[in-house]
Structure formats: structure tokens, C-alpha cells
Design a protein around this ligand. Sequence first.
Ligand SMILES: [Zn+2]
Length: 198
Amino acid sequence: MTMPNSSFCPECGTPLAPRRIAGEIRRHGYCERCRQSHHDHPTIVATTFIAHEDRLLWVRRAIQPKQGLWAIPGGYVEQGEPLRVGAARELREEAGLVIEPDALHFYMLGTLTFINQIYVGFRGRVTDPGCDPGPESLEARFFDRRECPWGDVAYPEVNEAVLQAYEDLERDSFEQWHVEMTADSYQRTVISSGPLEG
Ligand SMILES: [Zn+2]
């Protein structure tokens, strides 16, 4: 049972208690004093697999967490922001790469239970690999699978998903994937395959 990260009521500071509804313990904390539940729902991250020829775009993080390490561009979707718009924004902020949200194609939907995250991966292609990273990144570069700094990646937990992207890129055939990752398992299934645009 995973309890919420914040184990105190954000309103009054009372320790949160596990809540029992109809005899079942729920996955959220309850403040007895405010009589209110405090949920810790998964956060939603939009990631972008951007290809130039057989290379994928990576950014080297200038900020914590994981400062100095490489990651596929992506970040939290903001309130009121459609997914692809958020993905394009992250790309602009982290890599200085401008791509229209419409040029991003749905690629992966994943659950990362161990960090309480849902990610939605998009893919796109550029003909010009020029990047102009902003203050969030030290560098933005395209790597093929062999050049990739595998020893210095920020999130090795998602390497399998990145390898999938390289595989699809090398075959030049993209399926859409559903991925479930827990602390000790990795599972992926094809949502759809066949000729896709882009
Ligand atoms: Zn309270």
C-alpha cells in the first residue's frame, strides 16, 4: 500500500490517517480534524521523441533534480494545457526547438507506478537539427543508439521505452505502445499498428 507523499494535512498540519470506506483502506490520507481527504494523484508528464535521421533528441539537465544528466525532453503538463501543447512547450523550453503541436504524433502511454506518474509520449521529426537550449538545459543534442550516453542518463528506469523508440526509428515503423512499469516489472503492449502518419 502506497500512502500519500505528504503525510500531514496541508491545511492544518494534522498527521493524515489512512481512510477506510466500506471496509476498504483507500490510497489517500484523511485529516480527522478538517474531515477532508487529501489525494496524491499521479502527475502527468508529456515527453517527446524527436528524430533527426536515425538520431533522437536528448537534453542535458541544467537544473535539479538530476542536474548534468541526459534525458529525453519532457515535463509536467500544466493546468488548462492540452497534451501536445505541453509537449511542444517543454521542447521549446528545454531544447529551444520549435515544433507545431500538430506535428507531434501520439506514440506511448505509460504508467510509472514507482514515481506516481503517467506519461504520454509523442514523436516527431525535424529536418534541421539546430537547437538553442534555454536555461533549463546545458546542451541539446541528437544521438543515435550507439552514441547515446547511456552511463549518464537521468532516468535509467525508462531506458526500455527509449530503446523502443530507437528500435522503431531504425525500422522506420512506428506502432503505438501502452507501457506499464512498476518497481520490478516492465510490460509493453501494442495499442495499434499499421501505417501511421508522419
Ligand atoms: Zn486538516
